[in-house]
Design a binder for this molecule. Structure first.
Ligand code: SF4
Length: 844
């Protein structure tokens, strides 16, 4: 899917190019096992996912194994592939998925399930495992949804429960040894690996809406199947050479996982159970990974990742040295998942040193009563104290995340959400009065409220609770909207319709596979995206199967067989039941990270135990050791860098190229000035944007440096070593002068032979004094006379033209494709096939 003719015809071609910095392209023929790792959502979501990248590098770290990547394509590409009969391929070597030994799907959330079907169909692999033959790759799954994969179980040959880093290499080694074995034999061997579940080895029986029994019918092994747990994060490979996307993605930054697991014990939280116990990475390794990751990627942001980063016991000791390491390089440090009470003034002080990243709080519920039910462990007083600190440190906007539909929720809990928002705004005003100098001038405190509908998840204390209906959810949101303050407050909510479908699949069983196929066949795609989700398709699909899908939202009987009963997280059911009882009694369960073991049943305290590096959390925070270095601010040394862009990379947009150059400068350690202000950015100016798809031998940018380059030759080498394939620096010169007026030469290859009729059109154009074309500039229709702008147009050979355009920076210009399209009166298909190369420019 990266042929130029296809790339020219699709939205956001950057999604399909590959060629990312640090992508691993290996020799196909040298490998004993080849995996296609697939993220079943669009590139911008999938590339933001750490898990897939970690496995990608772990597999490729072994000489004999290959891992390539594939993401779910957008609707336009799906259509195009079907129309042209081309298969979906990987980004690295453009191999069709069906040629791999195994496909490894990440299962990150329930609403990507139809995307799995899209990928399988485009790979020409049957949906159902029962329909696959010896020639098809094995289809494997793993990830957050693996602890109840039953709705998609019939599509997967094997599913890994739990952590993948160690198991993935065991899977690869097993498949390498079993290369000549039958499919069934391979599955039997895989089943011996701890954490592997083979769905076809089990049968499920039902009565009405309930599962009545889950029985093993093949294979062997302990029941329930236990989740795989990596016991110590310091012993496994993390990202040292992270993939650097070429296209814009959702989380465009370096992520370093500081800890896995959270034992705060929020009773609604599935991850809080399925990633236990807490395993912290050592602060030394966090520092090392941050340093090498940033140096090898050029990212401008480092995110310290975990389910609750503020709970990382060494956070205060780690943050100041990290900021010291990065602040003068304008690299910010973000902690995306912070919990009230862990956002201390010390942490806030550090975060704001480079950029004030978002300040999001998750009270989850409006009232202290409901927060006791869910074991949130924070009070209104804690929340307001944190907000006060945030306002004091200069934040104006607080984002609050709530849920509606939590067990025992009442009308007064909804009203309490609105009251809490009022109190936060009042705190902001009071803080502003007390610390006027700290708040940005003239800015009023602002609260953005975001509300989702609670979805009961498997393996949590609330797994037996009912989910409220879409109508109930809308009514509660309506009440909240009426009660919220009108000024300085915005309400956003996650679509209750989407939460309804998430609820169906979260606690669903194998019968839902038929629903997925029926909805997919009706056109259901990318269901997690509000703009693509079509609830009526799901209703129609359910009707066609005579299925009551709303019944999946019902409360479960405490004694009934749950569809995931044969899969174990390691946390005992007895613990979940007792947590449910404690929820109803509004009773608190402390965090075992800093308190005693709460007997959840997981740890054996020999191999599996919490790893906490600073249990007392009473060490003094590390002071910044940075002596502010006085940069030679007065020196502004400018260089012009001439570079070429060729091949697939020319399908990136102008902004994407800019980002890519900024990161290359970071990686090559070029000392560039930064702009001042809230979001400092490198002082680099670029030439005019080149149309997407145009190759060029004559691009340039000007960089503003603190000091002269010691060696231009060495700088050119360093830049070329860190540029992605397709971009190359041709020359660097000390200059600031870019002419206002220039002549630009283009070579244009036509998709047809220049015959007499075509030549006549060229001659007519050259003979004319004026040639008006209608074009859109800055979203407005404009009439441009291109005749005076075109100084040369001539035939170079039988299918190639030479075009010279006069360009003036202050006047609207002519684009080569637009000009040729109008002069030769080309149709859409012909203009998409034009191959344009910008050859050179010269001052006039
Ligand atoms: S067994 Fe104890 S220490 Fe281990 S995760 Fe459960 S509560 Fe925490």
């Amino acid at each position: 899917m990266n042929q130029p003719n296809l790339l020219a015809a699709i939205n956001r071609p950057g999604r399909y190019l590959g060629e990312e910095f640090n992508a691993v392209v290996k020799n196909w023929d040298d490998a004993s096992v080849r995996f296609a790792l697939i993220f079943p959502d669009l590139y911008e979501i999938g590339m933001s996912h750490q898990g897939l990248q970690i496995l990608y590098h772990i597999i490729n770290g072994q000489e004999n194994f290959i891992a390539e990547r594939c993401y779910c394509p957008g609707a336009d590409v799906e259509k195009l592939l079907q129309e042209t009969g081309q298969p979906l391929t990987t980004l690295e070597n453009a191999h069709p998925l069906a040629e791999f030994d195994a496909l490894g799907f990440t299962l990150p959330y329930e609403l990507c399930y139809t995307n799995i079907l899209t990928v399988l169909r485009l790979a020409d692999i049957p949906f159902y495992t029962a329909d696959r033959t010896e020639h098809h790759p094995l289809v494997l799954g793993g990830g957050a949804c693996s602890m109840n994969p039953e709705p998609v179980a019939d599509f997967f040959d094997a599913i890994l429960l739990g952590d993948g880093e160690e198991a993935m290499l065991e899977i690869a080694a097993t498949l390498a040894e079993a290369k000549e074995e039958s499919r069934e034999q391979k599955l039997a061997l895989l089943e011996k690996i701890s954490g592997i579940y083979i769905p076809s080895h089990f049968s499920v029986t039902y009565s009405g809406e309930r599962v009545t029994a889950i029985k093993r019918i093949k294979g062997r092994g302990e029941l329930p199947i236990q989740r795989r747990i990596v016991t110590d994060l310091d012993n496994i490979d993390h990202l040292k050479n992270p993939l650097v996307p070429n296209a814009k993605i959702v989380h465009d930054r370096l992520g370093v996982e500081v800890a896995r697991g959270c034992t705060r014990g929020c009773r609604f939280c599935q991850a809080g159970i399925t990633y236990r116990p807490v395993r912290e990475r050592s602060p030394q390794q966090v520092m090392e990974l941050a340093k090498t990751g940033i140096a090898n990627s050029g990212f401008e942001e480092l995110a310290l990742l975990s389910l609750s980063t503020g709970d990382y016991s060494c956070i205060e000791q780690t943050l100041a040295p990290l900021m010291d390491m990065f602040a003068d390089k304008y690299i910010s440090v973000a902690m995306p998942s912070m919990r009230v009470g862990t956002l201390t003034p010390t942490i806030m002080e550090q975060i704001k040193r480079v950029r004030k990243t978002g300040f999001t709080l998750a009270p989850e519920a409006g009232s202290d009563r409901l927060r006791r039910v869910i074991n949130k462990g924070i009070t209104e007083e804690d929340l307001l104290a944190t907000c006060s600190d945030a306002f004091r440190f200069g934040w104006k906007l607080i984002k609050c995340y709530f849920m509606t539909g939590l067990p025992t929720e009442r009308e007064d809990d909804i009203i309490a959400m609105a009251e809490l928002v009022r109190k936060i705004l009042a705190t902001g005003k009071a803080t502003k009065a007390d610390f006027n100098q700290a708040l940005t001038k003239g800015g009023s405190p602002q609260v953005n409220v975001s509300v989702g509908t609670f979805v009961p998840k498997p393996h949590t204390p609330f797994q037996w609770q009912r989910q409220i209906s879409e109508e109930e959810s809308l009514a509660r949101l309506d009440l909240l909207r009426k009660k919220l303050p009108r000024k300085n407050c915005n309400l956003k909510y996650h679509s209750p319709k989407i939460s309804w479908l998430e609820g169906v699949f979260s606690r669903g069983d194998r019968r839902l596979a038929a629903l997925l196929v029926a909805a997919w066949e009706r056109g259901a795609r990318l269901d997690g995206w509000r703009e693509y989700f079509q609830p009526t398709l799901w209703r129609e699909a359910a009707e066609s199967l005579n299925m009551d899908i709303d019944s999946y939202l019902r409360a479960r009987d405490m004694e009934e067989v749950l569809p995931w009963s044969h899969l174990a997280t390691g946390v005992s059911e007895q613990f979940l039941r007792s947590e449910l009882e404690k929820a109803m009694a509004e009773s608190y369960t402390p965090d075992c990270r800093y308190h005693n073991c709460q007997q959840c049943g997981l740890c054996d305290f020999k191999t599996i135990r919490p790893i906490v590096h600073n249990r007392k959390k009473n060490l003094a925070p590390a002071e910044s050791t940075l002596t502010p270095q006085k940069k030679e601010e007065e020196q502004h040394i400018k260089y012009i860098v001439h570079y070429s862009r060729q091949g697939k990379i020319c399908y990136l947009g102008h902004l994407e190229i800019l980002q890519l150059i900024f990161r290359t400068l970071h990686r090559a350690e070029i000392p560039v000035h930064y702009s001042k202000g809230f979001h400092p950015s490198p002082k680099v100016s670029f030439g005019p944007a080149l149309p997407v798809g145009t190759e060029s031998m004559a691009e340039y940018f000007i960089m503003d440096l603190y000091s002269p380059l010691s060696s231009i030759e060495d700088t050119q080498k360093r830049l070329n070593a860190t540029l992605p394939r397709g971009l190359a620096v041709q020359a660097i010169e000390r200059s600031t002068k870019i002419p206002q007026k220039m002549l630009v030469d283009y070579q244009i290859a036509l998709p047809f032979i220049i015959d007499g009729e075509c030549q006549q059109k060229i001659d007519d154009f050259l003979a004319a004094n004026s040639f008006l074309i209608q074009k859109i500039r800055k979203k407005k229709n404009k009439e441009i006379d291109i005749r005076p702008l075109i100084t040369k147009l001539e035939k170079r050979d039988k299918t190639t033209l030479f075009l010279q355009i006069r360009s003036e920076s202050t006047l609207p210009g002519a684009k080569p494709t637009e000009a040729i399209e109008s002069i030769l009166q080309l149709d859409n298909k012909e203009s998409q096939q034009l191959k344009v190369v910008k050859e050179k420019w010269q001052a006039v």
